[in-house]
Design a protein around this ligand. Structure first.
Ligand SMILES: [Zn+2]
Length: 83
């Protein structure tokens, strides 16, 4: 699942307790199994479970938000507008 700036990710620990993944709030209502921004599908741990290790791949997805459109297309539009 790709994160966008409009998503409000929530950090959720997996039921096996090994990792804490970022899950977009829009994915929270989908069902019992969650899909994180790194693509991992997992069952959430109980709210009382201690946090797992922060997923490095989820962090990468959150630090570099997906562009709304590919960069070359944006440049092309700029070129077209000037000429
Ligand atoms: Zn993750």
């Amino acid at each position: 699942m790709e994160a966008t700036p409009d998503d409000h990710p929530v950090w959720v620990t997996s039921a096996d307790g090994t990792a804490e993944h970022a899950v977009p709030d829009t994915a929270m209502a989908a069902g019992l199994e969650l899909e994180s921004v790194c693509g991992a599908r997992f069952l959430p741990a109980a709210m009382t479970a201690p946090p797992g290790k922060t997923c490095e791949e989820c962090l990468t997805h959150l630090l570099v938000p997906a562009p709304r459109e590919p960069e070359p297309r944006r440049l092309w539009r700029r070129y077209v507008a000037k000429h």
